[in-house]
Design a protein around this ligand. Structure first.
Ligand SMILES: Nc1ncnc2c1ncn2[C@@H]1O[C@H](COP(=O)(O)OP(=O)(O)OP(=O)(O)O)[C@@H](O)[C@H]1O
Length: 302
């Protein structure tokens, strides 16, 4: 069994009568790039705040590196880099000077600054004041701040929020490179499936505080329903025939659709043809990831 870097047990947060996070059992394996996905207001930020001990759970516990965060706060947070909300920096200082402040607080070696700047590809601009930076560059600086000090776990809350497409791509490529470059486990939250899909290998889908799915992207894709579309004449009789045979049949837009994962297309074709039906088209469709996601979250993707 692989080692878990994050594990929550029944993690719950209530704000008055609102249950923002309900009985959450997250499992993030060491080395994973875990996409924590959910529509706005799903409970992602609240969960992340509980992982970092910024918010106290109503019930349940969060374990990072197998230790409970509330009772081992200091030793755990030393191993975790986080970017929650927008990064904070001094606009009038350069990128280098901003990281120098963090270096002093954490009592790190000077070379840590150049290492972090190099990873986020800001070395060229290290002596430029942050106020002239684009939003994407500022976000990269925020990630450099989070990286300082050989962090084993990075938690990035919606790091591409508000960026233009070029900025989104820069941050995406940077995040993808992190597990390999620094060997860290990364948890990234977001509300856009197509974005998370390009980055993550594991996903957790949260909706209205409930974890609806957790596993690999492949496992999520496998949840897609399979259906077979058939153009056949005469349609209504063929529909009755297939229903009699026990198939789950829908009649839509002049075609029959058969739902099910274990249907053998050749067998189906043979059955129809032998019975004298004219089959002019037979194709297999599987729900794509977006359809699976929309089905899980009841059609809400904001
Ligand atoms: N301090 C608070 N007091 C009251 N309600 C809160 C508080 N923080 C969050 N909530 C509510 O809890 C729910 C979950 O919010 P949260 O910010 O965790 O969602 P999210 O998935 O991060 O969404 P977003 O992508 O919009 O940040 C929302 O309904 C939100 O309004």
């Amino acid at each position: 069994m692989s080692e878990l870097v994050i594990e929550t047990k029944g993690l719950t947060k209530e704000f008055g009568s609102l249950i923002a996070v309900r009985d959450l059992n997250l499992k993030v394996k060491k080395g994973a790039l875990y996409g924590f996905l959910g529509p706005n207001g799903a409970g992602k930020s609240t969960t992340i705040r509980m992982l970092l001990d910024l918010v106290k759970p109503t019930k349940g516990e969060a374990y990072l590196f197998n230790k409970e965060i509330r009772s081992h706060r200091k030793e755990i947070l030393r191993r975790v880099g986080a970017l929650v909300e927008s990064p904070s920096y001094y606009e009038n200082l350069t990128a280098y000077e901003n990281l120098e402040i963090i270096r002093r607080i954490l009592e790190l070696d000077k070379k840590e600054i150049d290492k972090a700047l190099d990873i986020v590809k800001l070395s060229k601009w290290k002596n430029k004041r942050v106020k002239g930076f684009s939003l994407g560059m500022k976000q990269r600086l925020g990630i450099a701040q989070a990286l300082m000090g050989n962090r084993e776990l990075l938690i990035l809350d919606e790091p591409t929020n508000g960026l233009d497409p070029a900025g989104v791509r820069e941050i995406r490529n940077l995040i993808i490179s992190l597990p390999e470059i620094i060997g860290a486990t990364v948890l990234i939250s977001g509300h856009i499936l197509s974005e998370i899909e390009l980055v993550a290998d594991h996903v957790g889908i949260i909706h209205r505080g409930n974890l609806l799915f957790q596993g690999t992207l492949e496992e999520l894709k496998d949840m897609g329903n399979r259906e077979i579309a058939i153009k056949v004449q005469p349609l209504l009789e063929a529909e009755k025939f297939l229903k009699r045979k026990g198939y789950n049949v829908e009649n839509r837009e002049g075609k029959l659709y058969i739902l099910g994962d274990k249907i053998n297309i050749e067998e189906l074709n043979k059955e129809l043809v032998l019975e004298g039906y004219g089959v002019s088209h037979l194709s297999e469709n599987k729900q794509n990831l977006e359809e699976v996601f929309l089905q899980l979250t009841g059609g809400i993707e904001q």
